[in-house]
Design a protein. Structure first.
Length: 306
């Protein structure tokens, strides 16, 4: 039987986010701090209560997320004198096992997506940029070599900044209307599609394709991910603490309706800074990187505010 406190934690995880709590950075771009239940942590808490916990016993091709959800949806129906203690344990486990996630949601056409690069492989710090040149949002970009040379295709404003890399990676690209798309590198027709591509970043692996997990290798690390929601909005997710990539993908699909998802550089490279009102805030710091992805207000939105 699954402990009551685990059931309550997982049921809470399935609740859609309260988007009224989102902070608008500019028309069409919103920032939310959400919380994801770390299933590895919760399973550890549960296993300390019972060696027969079905969440941690046995092997399954399903992710821990799906297994836990299926158990919860079946229900355990357990009642007894330990109920009050289980509620206390649920609260304690919830505090320990909930991971902070920064979500940036972008309406199609609300932002101009641009790369911010250092000179000759040097690292770039957004805080060092002139105020007028700072983006609304900045995250780390794709992978780079030991000498700071970017790895993989980079395109902005329709111009190629770095060539395509023949790797088993994906390419998240944005067309001239601001709509997001995800293709495997071998299916991306470059430079044939040059006239319709405004922005593109090559990295990997792809985590979700048409809402389905791609079967990435399990492993926990800090994460920066970029994806496309079911309604067409683009979404950035920054996990400043270690999280399993499969679990992150399934959670973003179930809670934030992400259908296409690409993993960017992570680990110590993961970082996020944004402009909130008149303040520039570095929310999550990482090591200096040679390339950042910046979101700037679109020309249309800037004109509306003037």
């Amino acid at each position: 039987m699954i402990p009551l406190f685990l059931s309550l934690v997982l049921l809470a995880a399935a609740v859609p986010p309260d988007e009224s709590a989102a902070i608008p950075l500019t028309p069409g771009i919103f920032w939310t701090v959400d919380r994801m239940d770390d299933l590895a942590c919760i399973s550890h808490q549960a296993s300390s209560r019972s060696r027969r916990d079905p969440v941690v016993s046995g092997h399954s091709d399903q992710s821990r997320w799906s297994r836990c959800r299926s158990i919860v949806e079946d229900g355990d129906g357990r009642k007894g004198p330990r109920q009050q203690e289980n509620r206390r344990l649920q609260q304690k486990a919830g505090e320990k096992c909930r991971l902070k996630v920064h979500i940036i949601r972008v309406r199609p056409g609300a932002a101009r997506w641009r790369f911010i690069r250092g000179t000759k492989g040097a690292s770039v710090e957004v805080a060092d940029l002139p105020v007028a040149d700072r983006p609304l949002v900045a995250i780390n970009g794709g992978y780079f070599d030991t000498d700071g040379t970017p790895m993989g295709l980079m395109v902005h404003d329709g111009k190629e900044l770095n060539p395509l890399r023949k790797a088993d990676w994906g390419i998240l690209w944005i067309d001239r209307e601001g709509r997001g798309h995800l293709h495997h590198r071998r299916d991306f027709r470059w430079p044939r599609w040059k006239k319709k591509v405004d922005f593109a970043v090559e990295c990997g692996p792809r985590v979700l394709v048409a809402g389905r997990p791609t079967g990435v290798h399990p492993g926990a690390a800090r994460r920066t991910l970029i994806g496309v929601r079911r309604d067409g909005d683009l979404l950035l997710a920054v996990f400043p603490t270690r999280v399993d990539l499969q679990d992150a993908g399934r959670w973003l699909h179930e809670v934030w309706q992400v259908e296409q998802l690409l993993n960017l550089d992570g680990g110590s490279s993961t970082q996020l800074a944004l402009q909130e009102g008149d303040r520039w805030r570095t929310l999550e710091a990482g090591v200096p990187v040679p390339t950042l992805i910046g979101l700037f207000p679109s020309v249309e939105e800037s004109g509306k505010e003037d």
